[in-house]
Design a binder for this molecule. Structure first.
Ligand SMILES: Cc1ncc(COP(=O)(O)O)c(C=O)c1O
Length: 439
């Protein structure tokens, strides 16, 4: 009998006891290929000796110092590393312990920025349906997944949600991908006009949609149109790259591929690669300047901000990725993975879409390819696929509610950047077997 309140109460989990490289081993001696990096976390795989050594060294030297008393060398070095490699204009990093905390900090930073510059009438956030930004109340409020929001709706700040960029289902026949993106930009423009452009704080979006939507890549021109619109109205652009960032899609930051500069860039997961809990908000200089010239502080904070051991782990992870050229490797492996998925599922009658970028790929399941009709929700196909995959020693990240928070199923893959082509073969053939068994 467990005393942990697990995510699922009527479900018994295997006990993970050790992990190395791409594999996690349970207490029964069963091995699982970690083809999803947990939830797109373990970018370097498990047990990387250099990351472990950096953490041990930091723990022995200085395990903790509260950030209201001290800064630390390791946190300063991590900030230097992140700013050096960040999109133009990013000048500072704010370190927290995970993705939801980072989103909360970004929302507060954005609001305080406007208070500092005398625009305190700006009170509204706009975000997208089907997005996921975390489970704390602010992050849940900007998130657009209907099921996750439903019972907590009375506790959430009001947020306006517009359509996500979901080409497979959103683009109509005869419409180009570019025209579809511009239609979405026009929808956002209408939402901004409805609220009044100078009442809006920020537009919040995942650069590439992740957990709740399954590797939704933006169509060409869409995010650029969004950026122009935000700039025109003085609205901040907050890009949430907690899942898709830090090399996962083949560029360090996913927004690099879109040629778009966010005002606040939110990162986590692959930042520390699962070795320690850490997230960050990367901040444009003009926002920090407003704080510096105004109140002189960011009115926020947690006990574990900039935790030295978390910073040491993240610094080591990022140094290994840079030194070993793992981001170009993600681009190459991403194409290999995509080709394998297309040959396994491209003609599969129950797979409507294979999508994604880099080592962030997904398949969307459909009952009927022609009509794109989803499977009945009660079937919980995503959960069946997860169980069949685990039974075959494979960890993938399936989710239901892909279409509208209720119906639709997808399976997300996010293998470590150290995977080999043989690993990709094993992953895709086990996934194919799991999908067929679940169906
Ligand atoms: C895009 C995005 N933002 C925020 C979060 C929340 O991160 P965390 O679970 O670390 O709080 C997630 C988690 O999946 C995410 O995918």
């Amino acid at each position: 009998m467990t005393h942990i309140l697990h995510r699922q109460i009527r479900h018994t989990l295997p006990v993970a006891v050790s992990a190395q490289g791409l594999h996690i081993t349970d207490s029964q001696g069963r091995q699982y290929i970690d083809a999803s990096g947990g939830a797109a976390v373990s970018c370097l795989g498990h047990g990387h000796p250099e990351v472990l050594a950096a953490m041990h060294a930091q723990t022995s030297r200085l395990a903790y110092a509260h950030t209201s008393f001290f800064t630390t060398e390791v946190a300063e070095q991590l900030a230097d590393q992140l700013v050096r490699t960040a999109p133009a204009g990013i000048s500072h990093a704010y370190f927290v312990s995970g993705g939801s905390e980072a989103v909360e900090a970004a929302l507060k930073m954005a609001r305080q920025y406007f208070v500092e510059i005398g625009q305190s009438q700006r009170q509204h956030f706009i975000a997208r349906r089907q997005s996921y930004h975390g489970n704390t109340l602010g992050a849940l409020a900007v998130g657009g997944n209907a099921w996750r929001r439903q019972q907590f709706a009375p506790l959430l700040i009001p947020v306006t949600h517009v359509s996500s960029c979901y080409e497979y289902r959103g683009r109509v026949e005869g419409e180009t991908a570019f025209a579809y993106g511009q239609r979405l930009v026009a929808e956002l423009a209408a939402a901004i006009d409805g609220l009044g452009g100078d009442n809006v704080i920020a537009f919040v979006a995942e650069t590439v949609g992740g957990a709740t939507s399954g590797a939704l890549t933006p169509v060409p021109g869409y995010l650029q149109g969004v950026r122009e619109l935000c700039t025109r109205h003085g609205i901040l652009l907050i890009l949430d790259e907690v899942m898709c960032g830090m090399g996962r899609t083949g560029t360090l930051h996913a927004c690099e591929a879109e040629d778009v500069l966010p005002d606040l860039l939110v990162i986590a997961k692959g930042l520390g690669g699962g070795y320690q809990p850490i997230g960050a908000v990367l901040t444009q200089g003009h926002i920090v300047d407003a704080f510096a010239q105004g109140s002189g502080l960011f009115q926020h904070g947690h006990t574990y901000l900039g935790h030295p051991v978390a910073c040491a782990a993240a610094l080591a992870v990022q140094q290994v990725i840079e030194r070993d050229g793992l981001i170009p490797r993600v681009q190459r492996l991403g194409q290999d993975l995509r080709q394998r998925l297309l040959s396994a599922f491209g003609d599969h009658p129950q797979v409507g879409d294979v999508r994604g970028r880099g080592l962030f790929q997904a398949i969307e399941l459909v009952a009927d390819r022609a009509s794109k009709a989803p499977f009945p929700t009660g079937l919980k196909l995503h959960a069946r696929i997860k169980a069949e995959a685990m039974a075959r020693g494979l960890m993938v990240y399936p989710m239901g509610g892909t279409i509208d928070g209720v119906s639709g199923d997808h399976v997300l893959l996010a293998p470590p950047f150290i995977a080999t082509d043989d690993d990709l073969d094993r992953i895709v053939s086990r996934l194919r077997a799991a999908v067929d068994a679940a169906l």
